[in-house]
Design a protein around this ligand. Structure first.
Ligand code: 5GP
Length: 191
């Protein structure tokens, strides 16, 4: 998606070779107009698939997924990371290692919000090792729901997550795919 690629080139910052900082339009300050264009692109890609629910993971997937939910006209569920006094009694859960923080979290979704028969689109901001997407996929499976596909804003295609999920037969649609990046030479996208 040209618009997203151009924005990454303009405002993204490569840190240490494998982290792309996009704090000015995705991960801290958000650009809802850009999110709407991304949502419309996923809507076009997944047209006719019968998606009735979007699933993401807190925190940075939520803004993108909420705008996507508006365009798809469906609810958006986010997997929570930390258990609290609010934790539902009945939940689906998976274990996910965070790429950026290095911590391991149990993620969970109440059984109320994922149901057999749901046709799910997973949305997230980044794909790196695929840990987050695999964890979300596991929640969908546990619920007996159907995974239609995964929509990712920025896939770092030089990391293995996207290809591993595709090789499992999962449809992964990334709007910007980075072939290589470095602080010295900048960012190159997959053609
Ligand atoms: P994965 O689970 O695929 O290894 O990593 C995906 C998650 O880690 C995303 O939810 C995202 O929040 C975070 N992440 C991974 N790589 C990057 C990156 O280069 N930049 C930013 N801002 N977040 C990333």
């Amino acid at each position: 998606m040209k618009l997203l690629e151009e924005r990454i080139l303009k405002d993204g910052k490569v840190i240490g070779g494998d982290v792309l900082k996009v704090d000015s339009f995705i991960n801290h300050q958000m650009d809802p107009a850009l999110f709407r264009e991304m949502a419309l692109e996923w809507k076009r890609i997944f047209e006719g698939c019968g998606i009735n629910k979007i699933l993401t993971i807190e925190a940075s997937g939520i803004g993108i997924a909420a705008v996507a939910g508006l365009e798809f006209g469906c609810p958006v569920v986010f997997a929570k990371k930390s258990k609290s006094s609010n934790t539902p009694e009945h939940s689906y859960s998976a274990t996910v290692k965070s790429f950026t923080r290095g911590t391991v979290n149990d993620i969970y979704v109440s059984t109320k919000y994922l149901n057999p028969g749901d046709k799910i689109l997973i949305i997230d901001d980044f794909m790196a090792t695929g840990e987050a997407a695999r964890g979300l996929t596991q929640l969908v499976k546990e619920a007996g729901a159907e995974l239609i596909g995964i929509g990712i804003a920025v896939e770092k295609a030089f990391q293995p997550g996207g290809e591993e999920l595709r090789s499992m037969g999962i449809r992964v649609e990334s709007l910007a795919r980075i072939k290589e990046m470095s602080e010295e030479n900048g960012i190159v996208f997959v053609d």
